[in-house]
Design a protein around this ligand. Structure first.
Ligand SMILES: *Cc1c(COP(=O)(O)O)cnc(C)c1O
Length: 327
């Protein structure tokens, strides 16, 4: 598989001593994919290493992707494309761009062209992106369309590799397999990559638990299973994963995707004040709230050895300042 190197190396894996004490568990570690090394970092950098892997070789001269205004995926696609010297068009859902803050502001600094589609839902947005691509082709250009969230078999492979990275770091540092690994679920590709990696490496100890910030449990599990099975098939595995076997928490979405929740904001404050690490109100803060809640309900907490997989998103902190004073 073709790859561009955007990460600056392995992301740190380190213990959260004070947070572990707060949870009442034996140990809690964090995998710092907020520090993937490009344009404020985040999980999408791992996907983009593979999604943009063919750009130079096949001489694409335009990247088209989309999401909601303020999408981390859009910011990072524009940044990665700049590294390759290729223009980016960002197709945003909805009818309003919102204030020029956070990722929206960063997109502007990165020089991406913004298209407001008026569409809602991933399928309509993908169609709008395809129409833009056709327009570009008519102008003699060669566009590459990347679906929302970069969750394709190619992009998600970045998280198969991330699973192996975690396992090798863990073994090198003499750390036992984590009993539970908590990760945010948006479009589901990140969790799918981890699950596929886990299957491929035949590691059966860790339970990867997704905390959804968008879809209800059943829908999210179906989507993660589909993406995981695509990956397993692509890489010659004959086993399949069933949606029912994928643990996903969906009680931490709050009002809806993108709207800060009281529990999420509380979790952001908690990690910031105990460990000096920022999470965000759209993704990782809500996932952290899910982890805190689930762990606090356990009876045998003292024996727990856990991991929180930080997936980034911190620029959104600066777009949601008000919510911290209302909630
Ligand atoms: C996109 C994103 C996620 C979700 O990743 P998926 O692969 O879409 O499930 C989680 N956290 C942050 C910060 C993100 O930007």
């Amino acid at each position: 598989m073709y790859k561009e190197a955007f990460l600056l190396g392995e992301t740190p894996l380190h213990p959260l001593t004070r947070f572990a004490q707060y949870l009442g568990v034996d140990s809690c570690w964090i995998k710092r994919d907020d520090l993937t090394g490009l344009a404020f970092g985040g999980n999408k950098v791992r996907k983009l290493e593979y999604l943009l892997g063919r750009v130079k070789r096949e001489q694409y001269d335009l990247i088209i992707t989309g999401g909601s205004p303020g999408s981390n995926h859009c910011r990072l696609t524009a940044a990665a494309a700049n590294r390759l010297g290729v223009e980016t068009w960002l197709c945003f859902s909805g009818k309003h761009l919102g204030p020029l803050q956070g990722n929206r502001f960063l997109d502007q600094l990165l020089g991406a062209k913004i298209v407001l589609t008026g569409c809602y839902g991933s399928a309509d947005l993908l169609q709008a992106m395809e129409e833009k691509a056709e327009e570009a082709r008519q102008q003699g250009r060669k566009p590459l369309v990347i679906p929302v969230g970069g969750s394709t078999t190619v992009g998600d492979y970045g998280y198969v590799r991330a699973w192996y990275e975690l396992e090798s770091q863990r073994k090198k540092q003499g750390i036992l397999p984590f009993q539970e690994i908590y990760v945010t679920v948006g479009t589901g590709g990140t969790m799918a990559g981890l699950l596929a990696g886990q299957r491929m490496s035949r590691q059966q100890t860790s339970k990867v638990i997704g905390v959804s910030v968008w879809l209800k449990r059943e829908e999210a599990a179906k989507e993660v299973a589909r993406l995981t099975n695509d990956l397993l098939r692509e890489h010659g595995e004959t086993t399949e994963i069933l949606p029912e076997s994928i643990p996903i928490l969906d009680q931490f979405i709050g009002l809806k995707y993108g709207v800060p929740s009281p529990e999420g904001n509380q979790a952001i404050r908690c990690l910031a004040q105990l460990e000096g690490i920022f999470t965000d109100p759209v993704y990782t803060g809500k996932a952290l709230a899910g982890m805190i809640d689930r762990v606090s309900q356990k009876k045998d907490r003292q024996n727990q050895h856990l991991l929180f997989w930080h997936t980034g998103g911190t620029p959104a902190l600066f777009t949601q300042v008000d919510s911290f004073f209302k909630l």
